[in-house]
Design a binder for this molecule. Structure first.
Ligand SMILES: Cc1cc2nc3c(=O)[nH]c(=O)nc-3n(C[C@H](O)[C@H](O)[C@H](O)COP(=O)(O)O)c2cc1C
Length: 157
């Protein structure tokens, strides 16, 4: 009877749905972070993330990072702690953090070009919904810093 269609709801029927923690944030790179440093960061992160079942996308441009991370909750939380202690960026603003059972939104590694305007739109929406004073101030600083131009998406792992 457990194999009968309709016995489980859709989430239970989806064989690819797993418990994932999602962490989405933006931050500002410190002045000494150049393209080479970002490349090193991406190479390191790809290796580490694969070993920990973490996937996602990192976007960097105009001195601003935007990162989507998803994976097993314990692994993602340990990465969040590392990110908060990393001196290569500051003004870290959490845009979303949640745990749910679903398929990965970013299952594969890939490169994309993301326009600065697209990132600006995401941050402006966050500005409208954020109530925390410190996050609001940090978002405003990031937006003020963001200048128009193509952003390099640094891939998924
Ligand atoms: C913008 C940014 C994004 C990062 N993304 C990741 C990542 O996806 N995975 C990862 O393992 N480290 C990432 N790091 C590096 C971590 O902050 C940290 O240096 C790393 O997890 C090493 O931790 P360890 O002290 O355990 O070696 C990122 C750092 C920055 C500044």
């Amino acid at each position: 009877m457990f194999d009968e269609p309709g016995f489980y709801d859709d989430a239970d029927l989806d064989p690819d749905a797993i418990l994932l923690e999602t962490f989405v944030y933006c931050s500002r790179a410190t002045d000494d972070v150049d393209a080479d440093e970002v490349s090193r960061l991406v190479a390191f992160s790809q290796k580490r993330n694969v070993a920990r079942g973490i996937t996602g996308v990192l976007v960097f441009g105009s001195g601003v990072f935007f990162q989507w991370i998803e994976g097993p909750p314990a692994e993602v939380r340990s990465l969040i702690a590392n990110l908060h202690g990393d001196p290569r960026h500051y003004d870290i603003v959490t845009l979303d953090q949640c745990v749910d059972k679903r398929e990965r939104l970013y299952p594969h590694w890939e490169m994309e070009q993301v326009a600065a305007d697209d990132l600006r739109e995401v941050l402006e929406n966050a500005l409208e919904t954020t109530e925390d004073e410190a996050s609001l101030a940090a978002l405003q600083r990031i937006l003020a810093h963001l200048v128009a131009g193509p952003l390099q998406s640094m891939g998924r792992s």
